[in-house]
Design a protein around this ligand. Structure first.
Ligand code: AR6
Length: 165
C-alpha cells in the first residue's frame, strides 16, 4: 500500500472515497464535516438520515454527491478527555473501520482527514502516530486499497505527518 501526505482541502481531492470526521448523529457540523456537506450537496445528508447514527469508532458509507470522489466514508472519532477514556483505541478503530468499508466497496484510493484533531481536541502528534500505525498495520488485510492519502488542512499536522513518514 502506498501512503502519501498532502496539505489541502479534502473536498477537492479526487479519489474513490474520502473519509469524513463526523459526529454520532451524522448531523453535519463544522470543520471537515461542514466542508464535505457544503461541497457535496444535500444528497449526502439525505443518505446520512437514512442510516441514522454511527457509534464512536465505527464507520458508514454514503454517496459523495457532487464531490469529485464517488463515496464518503463517515467515521466518528473520540472526543479527547485525558487519554484514559479509550481515546487511542477508538481513534485506531476509526481508521480500521473506514479501511474495511473501503475494501468492501472496492475503493483503490482513500483520503483521510486528521480525525478528532479539530473540535474533538485529540493531541495532533499522538493522533498522527495512531493514524499511521493503524493504516500500516491494516495494509496486509486490505488488498483492494492501494493508496491512502492523509490530507492535512493545517500546517502543524502536515509537518507532524512529514516527520513521522
Ligand atoms: N479538508 C481536510 N481537513 C480539514 C478540512 C478540509 N476541508 N477542514 C478542516 N479540516 P474537525 P473532529 C481538518 O474539527 O476534531 C464537526 O463539527 C482540521 O484542521 O473537522 O473530528 C463534526 O460534525 C482538523 O485537523 O473534526 C463533529 O461534531 C481535522 O480536519 C466534530 O466536528 C479534524 O477537525 C468532529 O471533530
Amino acid at each position: 500500500m502506498n501512503i502519501e501526505v498532502v496539505k489541502g482541502d479534502i473536498t477537492a481531492i479526487e479519489v474513490d472515497a474520502i473519509v469524513n470526521a463526523a459526529n454520532r448523529q451524522l448531523a453535519g457540523g463544522g470543520g471537515v464535516d461542514g466542508a464535505i456537506h457544503r461541497a457535496g450537496g444535500p444528497e449526502i445528508m439525505a443518505a446520512c438520515r437514512e442510516i441514522g447514527e454511527c457509534p464512536t469508532g465505527e464507520a458508514v458509507i454514503t454517496t459523495g454527491g457532487k464531490l469529485p470522489s464517488p463515496y464518503v466514508i463517515h467515521t466518528v472519532g473520540p472526543v479527547w478527555k485525558d487519554g484514559s477514556q479509550r481515546e487511542d483505541e477508538l481513534l485506531a478503530s476509526c481508521y480500521r473501520q473506514a479501511l474495511s468499508i473501503a475494501e468492501k466497496n472496492y475503493c483503490k484510493k482513500v483520503a483521510f482527514p486528521n480525525i478528532s484533531t479539530g473540535v474533538y481536541g485529540f493531541p495532533k502528534q499522538r493522533a498522527a502516530q495512531i493514524a499511521l500505525d493503524t493504516v500500516r498495520n491494516q495494509s496486509g488485510y486490505v488488498s483492494e486499497v492501494e493508496e491512502v492519502i492523509f490530507v492535512c488542512f493545517d500546517q502543524e499536522n502536515k509537518e507532524i505527518y512529514d516527520s513521522l513518514l
